[in-house]
Design a protein around this ligand. Structure first.
Ligand code: IPT
Length: 956
């Protein structure tokens, strides 16, 4: 059997060991290599010749102009016939020369690969060295006997498909290649180190035991420790490591000729009466699932990108990361130790595609595959065992139930009793220290919190064991496209019950790829492939270029570890630290303009405690006054500077006083044109054609939005788009039933209804005017069987209720007073804060990789749209409205598959909504909880000239 199809994990590889920073000589073999791609497996050894080109290592050939990347979600892109691969098996030969100085210690040298996807064979100077599988795990080979001083030739043959691929179905791009570092290491004298550094929260002391080479000297200078391997050192006082205070002690392990540098964190994790604790306190994960992704480099991430990920996580109040669904680059875990995050380190195993055989042949349940799986677990645990940040080992993702997991769990527990073991997908949870689920509805989460959940296994002993386990929400809130909605609801339930120890949003970053020379991010289906997962991997809190999406801003707000509530209570929700590192600032705005500010005197608040304070006293005015209280870092940290905002809250102190718009102006009849105050109307259609000198068209009832990924649901499940289309909301026609000129205004009566159906909406636009402005009241009355008949399917919600207005394209400067600065929707609005903001229409767009409804600002009191000279209009809403403005129509947005499909039109389209349906998370989760009911609605908008000096009041 061919080595890349057999079930041996590797041949010729060394035993796994820790990733160590050693003083022994090393040579990086990263850089430019020679490369040739074959579409099937060639024979013989790679020899550079015709048809070879350059390649950057680490890297994926499919992102460097050879072949193309491929994305599937659950499906294997080859027939399910384990362990075999198709004859078409892209194979990349990688070759490079390197020089060894005459005095370089060749004897016993090791060639180390941090990650090669998915199986490979190595030659040095023509001699065969070995083979390995396990894409996201290191492999080491002894190559000393094949090396020589001077020029040496290294050749690596990499196969995209292997038996290992059946274990690597992780819902991501299939990206073959040598994608992590390649290093030549001089023979280690210290082969391995296993640090055990525990913390006793009762005494404040620590115990340090370092297993390593007999005879080595272990030093922790700061603690005055000089000791030998295997001997526990009791320390009367140490500072513990936690994600909140990631205290590390520098240490060394020395033998003559080699020093290994370590950074030790003292911490103890334990299960105490069904609760997972660290240093004696229950842990609560504010987490995210992170794939390794770079828009140009795929999984060949730079250390800078890793650091940026972690800095962004810390700045957004996250404290935990699940390395979904494989061990990350080892440098990432060093950074987690340094910056402070709790880590669930997940093994490189997922056999998800076996859902298509009803799990027949699932490797996880086939003893023949146990060695391959155990090998992966061992390589992860051995590599990562010295990281204080890693507190949980995850056996795999989405691989159903399988006996092999028993073996993995047993080995892991005996090798490392100092950490917990996790596996979500086996509903008996036999091998897991946690109960866990993905994407449960809120009611189910609540039931788990109160221990009233349904039975998950018939085996009563296992069922009883599971019921006593703490719960981790492994994945929830699918951040695909616009969303997720509902984060605040989940957070409230997670925080309410001690059994629920937090959750991990799916997922960190959109996997959009920018191929050489391209400007649009690609996703599944962009290459005309038949089997693909469309944009299901464009589901991150970061855009592919690592800029935070509105979802991350919302998550930050929802996660706040310090809560400012009531007028005025401050709660400290952290686990280990007081509020000592924070400063509390307040300000008061009147109609959005700051009128007063100061610093609050806040006593030190212990973790879990709260303090009640006197709110600042300020002077009242006739406009809306808002108090904002903010908690900011008092000092610089490793991940943010002093002044960085951790938490905030707003309180409306005083509402605006309503003013009347004065006596009614009459309609002036000019034949085809009717004039009323600042508006001109078409006599036949009743449409507004001029508004304070600007040519406009509208306003017209708008019920449609460009469906979001979450509106669409998954395969039609839980989504609303299908229902909306069935009810004809995407094909509404407007009929004018009458334009009535009254003594004090104009009434335009219309009926808005879909083609082919009997339902409709009576919509009346009532216009009145005074010297102070032009006022529109829109009245919306649904008619007919929206609730469903034999021919009209049930329609329980509308996408939106608002009016759309076409404006000259020059009115591109938008100023508003209301929620901002970013977009907000009914179930994703916690991060929206009341203020005065200014943006261009272009800046109001949220750049989702797959265009869809976006950009709404909520709770808007007033907004103005003006041109460069300041001409335009201002609109005030009662009640507050939502504002969306773009250079394309909703229909254009709906049609577009990539951002470059959106071409600005000659107008701006402004939508002023009373409300919109929530976002939810139905692209991989339950239906939206906040729907916009089909019901009668009324709302009022008042238009004034831009820059009008009249009172900016709105109608509370
Ligand atoms: C879940 C997977 O674990 C994750 O990798 C990703 O595919 C996510 O879904 C959706 O983006 S599995 C799902 C069947 C619950």
């Amino acid at each position: 059997m061919r080595y890349f199809e057999d079930l041996t994990p590797s041949t010729g590889a060394r035993e796994p060991r820790a990733w160590l920073r050693s003083s022994r000589p090393r040579i990086s073999l990263n850089g430019r290599w020679d490369f040739k791609l074959w579409d099937s497996v060639p024979s013989g050894e790679p020899v550079v010749g015709e048809g070879w080109g350059p390649i950057e290592v680490p890297g994926h050939w499919v992102l460097q102009g050879y072949d193309r990347p491929r994305y599937t979600n659950t499906a294997f892109p080859f027939p399910i016939d384990p362990p075999y691969t198709p004859s078409v098996n892209p194979t990349g030969d990688h070759v490079r020369w390197f020089d060894l100085p005459a005095d370089w210690p060749i004897d016993g040298a090791i060639l180390r690969f941090e990650g090669v996807d998915s199986a490979f064979k190595v030659w040095v100077n023509g001699g065969e060295v070995g083979t390995a599988k396990g894409s996201r795990l290191p492999s080491e080979f002894e190559v000393g006997s094949l090396l020589r001083p001077g020029r040496n030739l290294l050749a690596v043959r990499v196969h995209q498909w292997s038996s290992g691929s059946y274990l690597e179905d992780q819902d991501m791009w299939w990206l073959p290649g040598i994608f992590r570092d390649v290093t030549l290491l001089a023979r280690p004298l210290i082969d391995d180190v296993f640090v055990h550094a525990s913390y006793d929260h009762v005494t404040g002391g620590g115990t340090l035991t370092v297993e390593t080479e007999p005879g080595a000297v272990v030093r922790v200078p700061e603690l005055g420790v000089v000791t030998e391997p295997g001997v526990p050192v009791e320390l009367a006082a140490v500072e513990p490591w936690s994600a909140e205070v990631p205290r590390l002690y520098d240490a060394t392990v020395e033998v003559p000729g080699e020093t290994v540098e370590l950074r030790i964190g003292f911490r103890t994790v334990a299960m105490v009466h069904g609760v997972f604790t660290a240093n004696g306190r229950p842990l609560f994960f504010r987490g995210v699932n992170r794939h390794e992704h770079d828009e140009r480099r795929g999984r060949a991430l730079s250390v800078d990108a890793m650091r940026r990920d972690l800095v962004l996580m810390k700045q957004h109040n996250l404290n935990a990361v699940r390395t979904a669904h494989y061990p990350p680059h080892p440098a990432f875990l060093d950074l987690c130790d340094e910056l402070g995050l709790w880590v669930i380190d997940e093994c490189d195993i997922e056999t998800h595609g076996f859902i298509y055989t009803d799990w027949r042949g699932n490797p996880a349940d086939d003893p023949d595959w146990a060695p391959m799986m155990l090998d992966r677990m061992r390589r992860m645990v051995e590599r990562d065992k010295n990281h204080p940040s890693v507190v949980i080992w995850s056996l795999a993702n989405e691989s159903d139930r399988g006996g092999n997991f028993g073996e993995l769990a047993a080995w892991t527990r005996s090798r490392d009793p100092g950490r917990a073991v996790f596996y979500e997908r086996d509903r008996t949870y036999e091998f897991s220290d946690f109960y866990s689920l993905m994407y449960p509805p809120l009611e189910d989460l609540e039931a788990i919190g109160t221990r009233t959940e349904d039975v998950t296994t018939e085996d009563s002993a296992l069922e009883a064991r599971r019921r006593a386990l703490p719960f981790i929400l492994a994945e929830y809130a699918h951040a695909m496209g616009n969303g997720p909605g509902g984060l605040a609801d989940y957070q409230r339930v997670l925080e309410r019950y001690p059994r629920l120890q937090g959750g991990f949003v799916w997922e960190w970053i959109d996997h959009g790829l920018l191929l050489p020379g391209a400007t649009d991010h690609v996703y599944g289906g962009d290459f005309g492939e038949r089997l693909h997962g469309t944009n299901f991997c464009i589901d991150g809190l970061l855009f592919p270029d690592r800029t935070p999406s509105p979802g991350l801003t919302e998550y930050k707000k929802v996660l706040e570890p310090v809560r400012i509530t009531g007028l005025l209570t401050i709660e400290n929700h952290r686990t280990f630290t007081s509020t000592d590192d924070l400063e509390f600032l307040w300000s008061v705005t009147a109609d959005g303009v700051e009128v007063d500010s100061g610093r609050l005197e806040v006593p030190e608040i212990a973790p879990g405690a709260s303090a009640c304070l006197e709110p600042p006293t300020t002077i009242s005015s006739e406009v809306e006054r808002v108090l904002t209280v903010r908690a900011v870092l008092a000092k610089d940290t490793a991940w943010a500077n002093a002044g960085h905002e951790v938490a905030w809250s707003q309180f409306v102190l005083e509402q605006a006083v309503a003013v009347s718009t004065g006596s009614g102006l009459p309609v002036v009849d000019r034949g085809e044109v009717l004039r009323l105050g600042g508006g001109e109307f078409d006599r036949t259609t009743g449409r507004l054609t001029r508004l304070y000198g600007q040519e406009v068209d509208g306003p017209q009832l708008d019920l449609w939005r460009a469906p979001t990924d979450n509106d669409n649901g998954q395969g039609g499940r839980n989504g609303v788009t299908q229902e909306w289309r069935a009810a004809g909301l995407d094909r509404l026609l407007h009929r004018v039933d009458g334009v009535d000129v009254l003594d004090d205004g104009l009434v335009v009566r219309t009926r808005v209804a879909p083609e082919g159906l009997g339902v409709g909406v009576r919509t009346t636009y009532r216009w009145t005017a005074s010297d102070d402005g032009l006022r529109l009241t829109v009245d919306v009355q649904p008619e007919g069987e929206w609730a469903g008949t034999a021919v009209t399917p049930r329609c329980g919600s509308w996408p939106r209720v608002g009016v759309r207005l076409e404006l000259p394209k020059a009115l591109e400067n938008v100023q508003w007073y209301g929620g901002g600065p970013g977009e907000a929707y009914a179930d994703s609005r916690d991060a929206s804060r009341i203020g005065r903001y200014e943006r261009t229409v272009d800046d109001l767009q949220t750049p989702y990789v797959v265009p869809q409804e976006n950009g709404a600002r909520m709770d808007v009191r007033w907004a103005s749209l003006t041109d460069a000279a300041g001409n335009g209009f201002r609109v005030t809403g009662s009640p507050h409205f939502q504002l969306t403005a773009r250079r394309w129509t909703t229909e254009d947005l709906e049609q577009a598959r990539h951002r470059s499909d959106l071409t600005p039109r000659a107008h701006i389209y402004l939508t002023l909504d009373l409300a919109q349906n929530g976002l939810g998370s139905a692209s991989c989760g339950p239906p939206t909880r906040i729907g916009l009911e089909v019901a009668p609605y009324t709302f009022t908008l008042t238009f004034r000239p831009a820059g009008s000096k009249s009172v900016d009041n709105y109608f509370p």
